[in-house]
Design a binder for this molecule. Structure first.
Ligand SMILES: Cc1cc2nc3c(=O)[nH]c(=O)nc-3n(C[C@H](O)[C@H](O)[C@H](O)COP(=O)(O)O)c2cc1C
Length: 437
């Protein structure tokens, strides 16, 4: 069996608000309904987790202006993801809920306390996706002139995670005694300051709330560069990964297993979820038709401009793709932002024009095309190659309610019939279910 996650790739923001299947979303995106429908559907599908992306900025790298961003609602506007977590927990019983927390936006004490509070409110289903933030625009909203270099971002993130982890451990497991007769709530000898003084952070501790049901909320990590892999190997329970073939999946899994062992952990302590954008439908022919329509849609000039907007963003604000000739070569620069995504998107683009790249396949993880049963079989085969402790992170770029149901009520039953995914949730907490197989 393997695990399933859903990537809410534009956080709590603008999913298609115009065109077919948008319905009233343009008016209603700030309301909880769409996200509640998503979460309840994922639970019906047997998903382990919903992963809520976040970025706190209005991005203007493409064309040096906010025009494209606000014309289409690209990565903005969006709400803060964290208040959605208890809301979605109220509507579900088992689904793990992961909100994105940036190491440049949150001082460690604030992050540690908020995550534990969410763990209490969700009764053990809270997680954080620890990111270092991608663009200068985010950094400039949090007191920086420019974002730090990628190497320094990860150095800072390692220290940030050390402090957060120490705070989560600052109450011994038996510190709360709840003795009604004495009376005594907690044993003060079992609650410890952490007295951290490092390069980036200074924090006394202890945490001013008691450990939650999971004690340590689930930690996710998404960068696949060496720095990202090291951060995941040291601290994460789940890692989001980009790989285009089963062999690439296996290479990443093997590399992470070695890193985990070097950190004194076991391969089973980290579930790797591989990004996938599947084209699944009732028949193989219907799925091929979906692909054909998708290829047509990608050639639309507006779709090309939007893809270039995303490339500009993932470059970390260093490359404005609107400046290049669409029929000229693809600039072979990765930038300093989301290097994992930029590398995946630019792979094998040396002989392409920018137009061909921007109207070509999304290249966001591993592709599966076919009937629900065909895709289920292929997903199972790829995991056989990748090895244990792996699973998938589903992404639907133009996510409507219809796209969600297609996966949760079309594909998931086919996966379950093959015994590839869970048919029930055995445990109470998110981490127990995530680590159950
Ligand atoms: C699947 C995926 C999801 C990500 N989600 C976020 C996010 O929600 N917010 C954010 O600021 N960065 C996000 N990132 C960026 C990474 O966390 C990381 O900071 C960035 O990719 C730079 O690290 P790298 O050089 O290792 O790729 C994501 C990256 C990937 C691949």
């Amino acid at each position: 069996m393997f695990h399933l996650g859903w990537f809410l790739g534009n956080g709590t923001g603008m999913y298609p608000w115009y065109g077919t299947w948008a319905n009233t979303y343009g008016r209603d995106w700030t309301k909880p309904d769409f996200f509640i429908d998503l979460a309840t559907s994922l639970e019906r599908g047997g998903f382990d987790l919903l992963f809520i992306e976040d970025t706190a900025m209005l991005e203007d790298t493409y064309g040096g202006s906010l025009d494209m961003t606000l014309k289409y609602g690209m990565m903005a506007p969006k709400n803060d993801p964290m208040p959605y977590i208890p809301l979605l927990a109220q509507a579900t019983r088992h689904l793990g809920l992961v909100g994105t927390v940036s190491t440049i936006q949150y001082p460690p004490y604030l992050a540690a306390r908020q995550a534990v509070t969410l763990d209490h409110l969700t009764e053990g289903r809270a997680g954080i996706n620890v990111v270092t933030s991608v663009s200068h625009r985010v950094a400039q909203n949090y007191g920086y002139d420019q974002h730090l270099s990628p190497a320094e971002r990860y150095e800072m993130a390692q220290e940030w995670m050390d402090v957060v982890s120490a705070l989560w451990e600052s109450w011994d497991p038996d510190a709360v005694v709840l003795d009604y007769d004495e009376p005594r709530y907690a044993d003060y000898t079992k609650v410890h300051p952490i007295n951290h003084e490092g390069k980036y952070f200074k924090c006394r501790g202890p945490l001013n709330t008691i450990p939650g049901p999971q004690r340590r909320p689930v930690v996710a990590q998404a960068g696949n560069s060496t720095g990202g892999r090291e951060l995941a190997a040291a601290h994460a329970d789940t890692m989001l990964a980009l790989a285009k073939t089963p062999d690439e999946m296996k290479a990443l899994r093997d590399d992470m297993d070695a890193r985990l062992i070097a950190h004194g952990r076991k391969p089973g302590d980290l579930k790797i979820l591989f990004m996938t954008v599947p084209f699944a439908a009732e028949t193989d022919g219907d799925a091929q038709e979906l692909v054909r329509r998708e290829e047509d849609a990608r050639r639309d000039p507006e779709a090309i401009a939007q893809r270039l907007w995303y490339l500009s963003y993932t470059s970390g604000g260093t490359i404005d793709y609107s400046r290049y000739d669409l029929d000229g070569p693809v600039p072979q620069e990765i930038g300093v932002g989301e290097t994992t995504t930029s590398k995946a998107w630019l792979e094998n683009s040396e002989n392409l024009t920018l137009r061909e790249l921007a109207s070509g396949p999304l290249n966001y993880g591993i592709d599966f095309v076919g009937s629900f049963d065909t895709v289920a079989a292929k997903m199972g085969e790829a995991i056989e190659v990748a090895g244990p402790n792996s699973g998938y992170l589903f992404y639907q770029p133009r996510m409507s309610r219809k796209d969600v149901i297609n996966i949760t009520d079309g594909l998931c039953p086919a996966l379950r019939r093959r015994g590839l995914i869970r048919s029930s949730y055995e445990h109470k907490t998110f981490r127990e279910n995530l680590l159950a197989f």
